[in-house]
Structure formats: C-alpha cells, structure tokens
Ligand binder design. Structure first.
Ligand SMILES: Nc1ncnc2c1ncn2[C@@H]1O[C@H](COP(=O)(O)OP(=O)(O)OP(=O)(O)O)[C@@H](O)[C@H]1O
Ligand SMILES: [Mg+2]
Length: 271
C-alpha cells in the first residue's frame, strides 16, 4: 500500500439488514489483511459474533472503551488455537481484538443521555488505534447509538449486500446515514463500496446484483464478491478465519484475497 494512504484506515461494516455477512466478512477480511498489516478488529455488537468467530470470550471489552476506562486489547494467538484443534498450520498473522458481547447493552442508556453521545468511542479510542494499520469494526444490524459511534470513528463504510428482494431501500437509507454523519456530526466518512456476499450462480442472484448496479454509481459496487459457500460456515464452527482452515486456493480464501487487493486499490486511488 502506498505511503499516501493515511493510517490507521478505519472501516465499519454496516447494513441495517441482519444476516448479510457483516461479521463473517469483517473477521475474514481482517484475517487476510493481518498477513501483511497490523490489524485490530472491534466487535461493536452486543451479539459478540466476531469474538465468537475468532474463538474469543464474549466479555465485551468494548464496554470499557465506551466508559473511558482502560481497555485490554487482546492479540489473537492463532497458533495456540490451531494447536488445540490439532491442525498443523502455523501463522504470523498480527490480529488483535476488542471483544463484544451482551454486557455492552449496559452502556446504551448512559450513552443516549450524554451530550455528544455519538462521539464517545471516537474520542476514547483515537490514541489507541494509532498503533494499527487497519481497524475493522463489526456492527449490529440496526441503527443504534453503537453504530453512530462506530461511524464517527471510521473513515470508510463497507456495506455487505446479500442479493435479494427489498435490499435497495436499505442501501439508499445507508447513503443518507453517511450524509448525516458528514453534515450533522461533522465527520468525514466515505462509502468504500457495496460488497456482494452469498451470491449464487442463479439468474435470480445476478438479477438483484444487476438491478442494484443500475441504480447506483458504477464505482459504488465492489467488483469482487463472496459466493455462498459451506466453507465459511465450517470455519465459523471451528472459530477460525477461513484462510486458517482451508488451503489458499479454496474459493472463499481467494475471494477474501481479491477483495483485500480491491480495498487497497480503492484506498490508493482516493484523492
Ligand atoms: N458467503 C457465505 N456463504 C455461506 N454462508 C455465509 C456466507 N456469509 C455469511 N454466511 C452465514 O450467514 C449467517 C449470517 O452471517 P453473519 O453473522 O456474518 O451476518 P451479519 O450481517 O453479521 O448478521 P447480524 O446482522 O445478525 O449481525 C451466518 O450463519 C454465516 O455463517
Ligand atoms: Mg453480525
């Protein structure tokens, strides 16, 4: 990545539709980036799915970030995990996590009543994240105070999109949300792209993708996407990113690498 790209690059994965692959894409892309960069994943979701997908306790360390307390950023020891699963692979990935979980719900009311409650996370984590090249934030599916906080800390949004009926309105709303962050919260955020996930080789799937492409700027959609594949579900069951469980030529692993390259290119091409 060229030196002009300002680090850390902070990317929020968000779509107010549930089950489109926000958590799956954020951990697997974070893992792909962690081969070459120092990466932090923030599990900003009371569901704690990212933490679970990476075999971490869902102890909501993120709560301390909201409360302005000291936080424990955990570097993931993948080699210990691989060993415990009796897998022979070893890795040098540099991936750390701020865990999510149910306890995050405790801070919801406190935040809502606070003046500038949307910018707490940005203020409290600004210094901490400077140690990283990339920060990926996984978000809950509905637009809550947690999401506003994530957006105020992020420079970019990736919108995972699962081809299907009635997706278009949701995406139009997301474009408005980004505009609100810029105008009302005075924070510059950009939509890096809409990333198609769980597509199939059926004509129905391509029809939904083509429909969305027609209605948006051409550069808004990622060229690469991720097919629906059982490998990602298997990796989830093991609590490992897909690239640690399967060989590098596996389709889902290749897809994550291609998206990684496309993200870097998009960042480099930005003015
Ligand atoms: N490309 C894929 N192929 C097959 N299954 C997938 C794929 N991507 C995600 N899944 C599965 O779809 C389900 C939903 O994915 P995920 O939890 O990542 O979505 P989400 O948007 O984070 O959901 P939520 O809105 O609840 O946070 C999971 O069971 C996951 O394993
Ligand atoms: Mg999720």
């Amino acid at each position: 990545m060229n030196k002009k790209v300002k680090r850390p690059v902070v990317i929020s994965f968000f779509n107010n539709k549930g089950g489109v692959g926000k958590s799956t894409l954020s951990i697997n892309l974070a893992s792909a980036f962690a081969d070459d960069y120092k990466v932090l994943i923030i599990d900003n979701d009371p569901q704690g799915n990212c933490s679970e997908l990476l075999s971490q306790e869902q102890d909501a360390e993120i709560k301390n970030a909201y409360l302005g307390k000291e936080i424990n950023i955990r570097k993931i020891n993948f080699n210990a995990l691989l060993e415990s699963l009796e897998l022979r692979k070893r890795t040098k990935k540099d991936l750390s996590i701020i865990t999510g979980g149910m306890a995050l719900l405790d801070v919801e009311t406190i935040l809502k009543d606070k003046p500038a409650g949307e910018t707490v996370l940005a203020r409290n984590l600004k210094e901490t994240i400077k140690d990283f090249d990339f920060v990926f934030i996984d978000n809950p599916p509905s637009l809550s105070i947690f999401v506003w906080n994530a957006l105020c800390l992020s420079n970019h949004i990736i919108i995972p999109f699962k081809p299907g009926r009635s997706e278009f309105t949701g995406i139009t709303n997301l474009l408005k949300i980004a505009a609100t962050v810029r105008t009302e919260l005075k924070h510059n955020i950009n939509i890096l792209g809409i990333l198609t996930n769980m597509f199939t080789d059926t004509s129905v799937s391509s029809m939904y993708v083509a429909d969305l492409e027609k209605s948006l700027d051409s550069n808004m959609m990622f060229e690469n996407g991720v097919k629906a594949t059982v490998k990602l579900m298997q990796a989830a069951t093991f609590g490992l990113p897909v690239d640690l469980l399967f060989p590098e030529k596996e389709e889902a692993v290749v897809a994550m690498q291609d998206i990684k390259k496309e993200i870097i290119k998009k960042l480099e091409d930005e003015k």
